[in-house]
Design a protein around this ligand. Structure first.
Ligand code: SF4
Ligand code: SF4
Length: 468
């Protein structure tokens, strides 16, 4: 005789630490057995749902609704659920997966090519491709758009991905995800767009995710105009979102450097697991110049920490949340040690006639080009003047400036902005314990107006004692 006893359907069970609090199970349950919890789980920062299964009929709808692989599951029979540990039910985390090993980058030799004439943003886009970048996310904004435009044409032909996001906020979060997967990715943007990305950059720094941000600076504040300015130096060097944030900031001055430093930016981003910011200005973005391609390109590997979605990397987790105060302090100490190493190892500068200079001009980006012309003009007249061009704005290359500072009667900061480069210089000197900096003079313009060679010559001439 057939048994009339029906098998009881299992009720749902949840390890709260695996709940992402999406609420889908709440909507799915016809018996209102599930409600949103009120307590934050210390391991995740989420508020897991709470189950009250008195009237649960085991329909299983919540199990089907839960998108988490280790989320709601059928409760095992004959087990004290109060004492159940995840390892008992699910096995050791990652126990069957091989330990991820880093796959190193490979330098692929390139045939020698003739010098090309390229626009600055195009040179940077070519540099990104040669550096192994196959993922671009961005939102168009003048005067940076041409770089994105070229990548939109080239990346699909290289099995790459080009996504025009709905906004700069979406862009930075796509870069966060792509960089977290261990892939080389970038964006082009300009000042107002860069401002919108700062929160996401803070998350990337907190999570130690690499990515390259190319900011073609334009006139501000606000929408300003599309002329060249250097008004984002403060943001790039001191204002990368909330918290204890820093990133290497590279300042190209020629189309050749737009290519070289873009390639370099990817290496630095992955070396330090940190975003890297390139800042140029509206002129450099549009300016054409001779560009020599390098003798190699990069075939990127894959870092062992990547959340890559394959078996080997499934145990990896990237996040910037540390709910325990002690843990977050330790994380900040770790970040500070990383910043110290960057300050020690990555300062870069170009010195032109600084060896005997009595007057040292400090300038970067397009203003450095006018300053270089002024130095040549003044040297022809016998004025001992030199140009100190920081290539890294953070870390400011103060070590290379120490000797010129000892000899100089004065510094002249030439800037398309209201003193942000000068502030970096002063801060770097202060942090380096340099007490006696010579008087600092300025030649600056704003709103898209650039300092001109002749006014730099006139300023230095006046400082040097008049007509020479
Ligand atoms: S099994 Fe059905 S009744 Fe029970 S909690 Fe899930 S959805 Fe609700
Ligand atoms: S569906 Fe799963 S992850 Fe979402 S709240 Fe419910 S248990 Fe949590």
């Amino acid at each position: 005789m057939a048994s009339t006893k029906t098998k009881e359907r299992p009720k749902p069970f949840l390890f709260p630490q695996f709940c992402k609090a999406c609420g889908r199970c709440i909507s799915a349950c016809p018996k209102d057995c599930i409600e949103m919890g009120t307590e934050i789980h210390p391991a995740t920062g989420f508020t897991p749902v709470v189950l009250d299964l008195e009237v649960c009929n085991g329909c299983g709808l919540c199990l089907s609704a839960c998108p988490e692989p280790y989320g709601l599951m059928p409760a095992p029979a004959d087990v004290d659920l109060e004492l159940l540990e995840p390892e008992t039910l699910l096995g050791e985390r990652g126990s069957t997966a091989p330990t991820p090993e880093p796959i190193p980058d490979v330098r692929v030799p390139l045939p020698e090519l003739e010098t090309m004439i390229l626009k600055g943003t195009h040179a940077s886009a070519v540099g990104a491709i040669l550096a192994g970048c196959r993922h671009f996310f961005g939102y168009p904004i003048t005067p940076s758009t041409e770089g994105a435009e070229l990548l939109a044409k080239l990346l699909p032909q290289l099995d790459g991905v080009f996504v025009q996001a709905v906004s700069e906020v979406a862009t930075v979060n796509m870069i966060y995800g792509c960089g977290g997967a261990g892939l080389r990715c970038m964006t082009f943007t300009s000042s107002p767009g860069f401002s919108l990305m700062l929160e996401g950059i803070s998350y990337m720094i907190g999570s130690e995710v690499p990515g390259v941000f190319f900011d073609v600076m334009r006139g501000g504040p606000g929408l300003g105009n599309i002329g060249p300015e250097q008004g984002d130096i403060k943001l790039a060097c001191r204002g990368l979102g909330h918290g204890n944030t820093h990133a290497v900031v590279l300042a190209p001055s020629t189309p050749q450097e737009m290519l070289d430093l873009t390639m370099n930016a990817f290496d630095l981003a992955f070396k330090y697991r940190n975003p890297v910011i390139l800042v140029s200005d509206g002129y450099l973005g549009q300016m054409t110049g001779r560009v020599q391609l390098p003798s190699y390109m990069i075939k990127p590997g894959l870092p062992e920490w990547a959340v890559h979605g394959d078996e080997a990397h499934r145990g990896n987790l990237i996040c910037s949340i540390f709910l325990s105060e002690a843990d977050l302090e330790q994380h900040n100490i770790h970040l500070l040690e990383k910043y110290d190493q960057i300050i020690h190892d990555e300062q870069r500068a170009d010195l032109f006639h600084c060896e005997d200079a009595e007057w040292v001009i400090v300038a970067s980006n397009t203003p450095a080009r006018m300053a270089k012309g002024a130095v040549q003009q003044l040297r022809d007249r016998g004025v001992k003047v030199g140009l100190f061009r920081p290539i890294t704005l953070w870390p400011f290359p103060i070590d290379a400036l120490t000797r010129p500072l000892q000899r100089a009667s004065g510094l002249i900061v030439v800037e398309a902005g209201a003193g942000q480069l000068e502030d970096e210089l002063r801060l770097a000197a202060s942090h380096a314990g340099i007490q006696d900096i010579p008087p600092i003079h300025r030649v600056s313009h704003y709103g898209g107006v650039l300092p001109q060679q002749q006014e730099i010559v006139d300023t230095v001439t006046a400082l040097a004692g008049g007509i020479v």
